[in-house]
Design a protein around this ligand. Structure first.
Ligand code: PLP
Length: 403
């Protein structure tokens, strides 16, 4: 079944993309036209099981009826008035986010990188308040925090691209999980430690409890803030609403985006009371952020995800997924928590080739590094979806070994 609403076919879309879009992405050769729950359909009517969800965005499944209803109803009433006025969904969402996490204040943004910009600004201003003249932010070497210049400076792998320089000063990094190096790097000038508790873009690498505790303790010793980037891990992905809940530390700030809007763009920087009063009028802003449609979508998402039954399901199904994956020939290890899973492949198996082969077989995943597949399925899948996905991965790995 092809889509009758389309004006152009896949080849034409690809030609337009190649002529008119900036060359920032290598796209897979598929043109998706519809999504429902854990499924996607391309322009030719082929069906796919989505174990990537637009990189952990459509966590409640594609086009969840509650999210669609919230967007539809809100967009019929009021789409935008700016942050110069009050709107109910924004106020209600701020309460939900604060009360479900750190209890301070919320700044809304339109993306993850902007949520981190806000956190960086708060950290620097907070440090100036302690008399620090040149505040520093410390991260782990393979962290990913986004692509605007502040977030980029805290993303050492990408900040090394000199063609984009000069980078923002005041950022340093230490090897992942090196608690001693982290302690060493945090000093009187440190404004914050900004880290992911599970590094997603790097290939799903959890940060050890020891390193998280070292970060917390080092921040406390100098009066710096601990910021956990929950942009990929948050909103139920790991089997708790926020990933930090399953760690021994409580941060001073978290940042959220991706799954928060269920497919609608929204981000948030959420503080504990200790960092809540740092920003004042004039310090920060955004025209679109916290708009009524995005915040209404996010409330619908939280209504679905803030559910202990669903969160337990995520933990249990994640364990089942990892157990089944671990039985496959060619799988060296699995990493992650809940339904955020990295699949480390045996030596010589090219994860990108497996990812491309899986797409042809009708399973959407991605390969964040040459030896790793990343699985970020909708939280609402069941064990049949897992069996089907693992079956396809097993067939693909077998095909690879027989080449
Ligand atoms: N932080 C983390 C942990 C992410 O995974 C991402 C995106 O992949 C970002 C920040 C940036 O978010 P966005 O692409 O919405 O700007």
């Amino acid at each position: 079944m092809t889509d009758a609403t389309r004006e152009i076919g896949f080849e034409q879309a690809r030609a337009l993309e190649q002529r008119y879009l900036m060359r920032t992405y290598k796209r897979a050769p598929v043109d998706f036209v519809r999504g429902e729950g854990a499924l996607l359909w391309d322009a030719e009517g082929k069906r796919y099981l989505d174990f990537l969800t637009g990189i952990s965005v459509c966590s409640v499944g594609h086009c969840h009826p509650d999210v669609v209803r919230a967007v539809h109803e809100q967009s019929r009433r009021l789409m935008h008035v700016s942050n110069l006025f009050y709107t109910e969904p924004m106020a209600r969402l701020a309460e939900r986010l604060s009360e479900s996490s750190l209890g301070g204040r919320v700044f809304f943004s339109n993306s993850g990188t902007e949520a981190n910009e806000c956190a960086i600004k708060i950290a620097r201003k907070h440090a100036h308040g302690r008399g620090v003249g040149a505040p520093e932010i410390v991260s782990f070497e393979s962290d990913f925090h986004g692509r605007s210049y502040g977030a980029l400076a805290a993303t050492p792998g990408l900040a090394a691209n000199e063609a984009l320089g000069p980078m923002l000063p005041g950022f340093r990094s230490v090897p992942r999980n090196d608690a001693a190096a982290l302690r060493e790097a945090v000093g009187a000038d440190t404004a914050a430690v900004l880290i992911e508790s599970i590094q997603g873009e790097a290939g799903v690498f959890p940060i050890s409890e020891e390193a998280l505790l070292a970060a917390r303790q080092a921040c406390d010793e100098v009066g710096a803030l601990l910021i956990l980037d929950e942009i990929q891990t948050g909103v139920g992905r790991t089997g708790s609403l926020w990933a930090y809940e399953q760690t021994p530390v409580r941060p001073d700030m978290i940042t959220s985006a991706k799954a928060l809007g269920g497919g609608f763009p929204i981000g948030a920087c959420i503080t504990a009371p200790s960092a809540a009063e740092v920003l004042e009028p004039g310090d920060h802003g955004s025209t679109f952020a916290g708009g009524p449609v995005a915040t209404a979508a996010a409330i619908a998402v939280l209504d679905l995800v803030e559910d202990p039954v669903l969160l337990r399901h995520v933990r249990e199904l994640g364990a089942y997924l990892r157990q089944k994956l671990g039985e496959l020939e060619g799988v060296e290890e699995t990493r992650g928590r809940g339904l955020m899973v990295g699949v480390g492949l045996a030596d010589g198996i090219d994860a990108a080739a497996i990812g491309a082969d899986l797409l042809e077989r009708g399973l959407v995943v991605n390969a964040p590094r040459p030896d790793t597949l990343r699985l970020l399925p909708p939280l609402v899948i069941d064990s049949d979806h897992v069996d089907h996905a693992v079956g396809l991965i097993g067939e693909s790995l077998l095909g690879f070994s027989q080449r």
